[in-house]
Write a protein that binds this ligand. Sequence first.
Ligand code: AVJ
Ligand code: FE
Length: 400
Amino acid sequence: MGVTVDTESRVEAGLGGARARTLGLLAPIGDADLVRQVSPLMSPLVWDLAHVGHYEELWLLRNTVAAAPTNALFDDVYDAFKHPRRDRPSLPILGPAEARAFVAGVRARVLDALSTLDLEGDDPLLRDGFVYGMVVQHEHQHDETMLATIQLMDRFAHPDADGWRPADVDHDAGGAAEGMVELPGGVVSIGTDERAWVYDNERPRYDVELAPFRIDRTPVTNRQYRAFVEDGGYDDARLWTAGGWEWRQETGAGAPQYWQREGDGAWSRRRYGRREALPLDEPVQHLCWYEADAFARWRGARLPTEAEWEAAAARDGRPDGPQQMLGDVWEWTATDFDGYPGFVSFPYREYSEVFFGPEYKVLRGVSWATDPSVQRATFRNWDYPIRRQIFAGFRCAADA
Ligand code: AVJ
Ligand code: FE
């Protein structure tokens, strides 16, 4: 199909890139570590791998060319809704070698089917390669989830982990890196009407009126967060919401996850199985929403709303604008996850819609662990406000 060759090669490159990343991440990990449950918050890595293949078979074979499922039982064991992560090790899941063979077999059939499909017709699932973009991004998001699992492994030092970190805040770029930039507010457009390669929760684009506000020029760094820790921030109940204080009491947390105070009073952190001096200019990560919110109050500030964050991202990198909005750490916002006005679920409710409501907070900005194909200012992530294992930090905002 000559006319679709651009979309087709984009799809092939996307699929190939995601798979190379997945297999590369898992290659150095032994079978025992692939099948064990590192944390009750996470799946065994081998579950993620086969789940990626099952999702691909469902969307790129069963729902496009009406192929039969490889194994009818997989609809149960690899459905993220049927079994919470903590129960997944006891499921009859594929072992590492079987899972690798399964995903490879699915992929071979997907590539065969690809050339028979019309990516420029009226079918909204296929048009411009939408469903392929969805599957590519799904695999990359699971790669990021697997990176969080690997970081939770206390003894395994992944050999490729050197660059697995957000970039240091650049104190030289554009003058004073610290401090806030002021934005004028007014009517701003949020979201997008793009259809291909964008999730339903980013649509439709809508206008919102913002009051003038200020927002941190850079993400909050380890150095800045250390000042909060050393000022007793974790022990000052006035800085925490009721839910946050409950979380603080239950967990006994006194510093960000992976931080440790050494005998000389300096802080270290564990990163991919190695302990290292806390890098002070790096954006802080592995914070839950409550930890971000408490810091903001300690500073006399607040978290930005999701709309403020997106309005600020439009000025990312300008001399007078904020920096490092995309690709360093997920940034917690003050906003609950919900559909935009006029939201229409597509192609299935379980990607976004079932999570709408006050239980989840929105994160923006993607992290160093997010593939560039998922990196865009409209992308929305969400999690419970108690979760710390994802690559989440934040920046503060204030009324102007
Ligand atoms: C967007 C990261 C919250 O991991 O639950 C993976 C992505 N959706 N498989 C998640 C996702 C289905 C999702 N997050
Ligand atoms: Fe998934």
